[in-house]
Design a protein around this ligand. Structure first.
Ligand SMILES: C[S@@+](CC[C@H](N)C(=O)[O-])C[C@H]1O[C@@H](n2cnc3c(N)ncnc32)[C@H](O)[C@@H]1O
Length: 303
């Protein structure tokens, strides 16, 4: 596998975005019948340390395999839930393209590569990738290295997604408020203060065309307020806190439908770990454990 030359600089970039890319790298290295998701570009977005680790696992070095096993033991099911999330969001986006969305806004885009790998997207859909400046800078440099230039169908917006100015900023970049838009928020909402989640959801409702949709994943409130009964919940909490991106927002079990309905959404579908385990983990993958703390939800803006 040829890796582009620029080394990812860690300063001012998102560590969690790199970790998620690493999960996609590991899954994508599996053979076609076994892998749950496939992202051939993810490997370009991991830093030298994780790249070395990945190469060692790919070479079946016992030490690297043991380190990976240890990670799976400490955080049971998380790798599988994350790759299932990538696959579910990919499938959902593909459905939305088939149904005729005109714009895709990826909020907290990190090293999301959907704009470059989802079939049919670039011909039909205008894409906006929103993240903080540091991560965007590394991303755009990498994209130029991989493809030779920045693709015309993607606009990179440096912004705080929780800010009231988000849509002002998007409008400056020729976002169209009347078009049917999908908003992807993958691995994002739990990092925002609750008041910023409120601002974000209400500004989506106010600034999107008929038939627009959202999809995001979330953790239970117990994981954020320290009352989670599963050890893995507390370990995830500590790990992301140490990486400088602490969890701030959760949704009480069983209340996501009510939560989104009250904020102007309809056609709400909650996707639990049991749902995606059943959908994707069968045959050779049947024994792969998922983490019950990761849930996804999608909904339509009520107009
Ligand atoms: C866990 S990563 C997920 C990245 C990507 N969505 C994925 O799933 O691979 C979270 C991303 O959200 C971004 N992020 C967090 N809070 C943000 C905010 N308030 N405004 C813009 N980006 C934010 C981080 O910089 C990071 O890239």
């Amino acid at each position: 596998m040829k890796i582009s030359k620029m080394q990812i600089k860690r300063k001012d970039t998102s560590g969690t975005a790199e970790e998620i890319a690493f999960h996609r790298v590991i899954e994508s290295a599996k053979n076609e019948e076994e892998r749950i998701c496939y992202d051939p570009y993810a490997v370009h977005f991991i830093g030298p340390e994780l790249l070395k680790f990945f190469e060692a696992t790919a070479c079946n070095y016992p030490e690297a395999k043991a380190r990976l096993e240890e990670m799976y033991r400490l955080f049971p099911g998380t790798q599988n839930s994350i790759v299932a999330r990538v696959r579910y969001f990919d499938d959902y986006l593909q459905n939305c393209i088939d149904e005729g969305i005109e714009q895709l806004v990826i909020l907290g885009a990190g090293y999301d590569t959907r704009a470059y790998r989802i079939v049919g997207l670039k011909e039909k859909v205008k894409v906006f990738e929103v993240d903080y400046q540091g991560t965007q800078k590394v991303k755009t440099e990498k994209i130029k290295e991989i493809f030779g230039s920045l693709p015309h169908h993607v606009t990179f917006v440096d912004a705080d997604v929780g800010s009231e100015k988000l849509f002002k900023n998007l409008l400056k970049h020729r976002y169209n408020q009347t078009q049917k838009t999908l908003f992807i928020m993958e691995g994002l909402v739990y990092y925002l203060p609750p008041e910023n989640v409120e601002t974000l959801l209400s500004s989506i409702v106010q600034n999107s065309g008929s038939g627009s949709k959202i999809i995001f994943d979330y953790f239970p409130q117990s994981m954020v307020d320290g009352t989670c009964e599963l050890e893995v919940g507390n370990l995830i909490y500590e790990r992301v806190k140490q990486s400088g991106e602490p969890l701030k927002f959760g949704i009480k079990d069983g209340t996501v439908e009510e939560f989104l309905k009250e904020r102007g959404f309809s056609h709400i579908q909650n996707v639990t770990s049991e749902d995606y385990k059943k959908a994707y983990f069968y045959g050779k993958n049947e024994n792969r454990e998922v983490c019950s703390l990761y849930s996804f939800v999608h909904a339509m803006v009520e107009h």
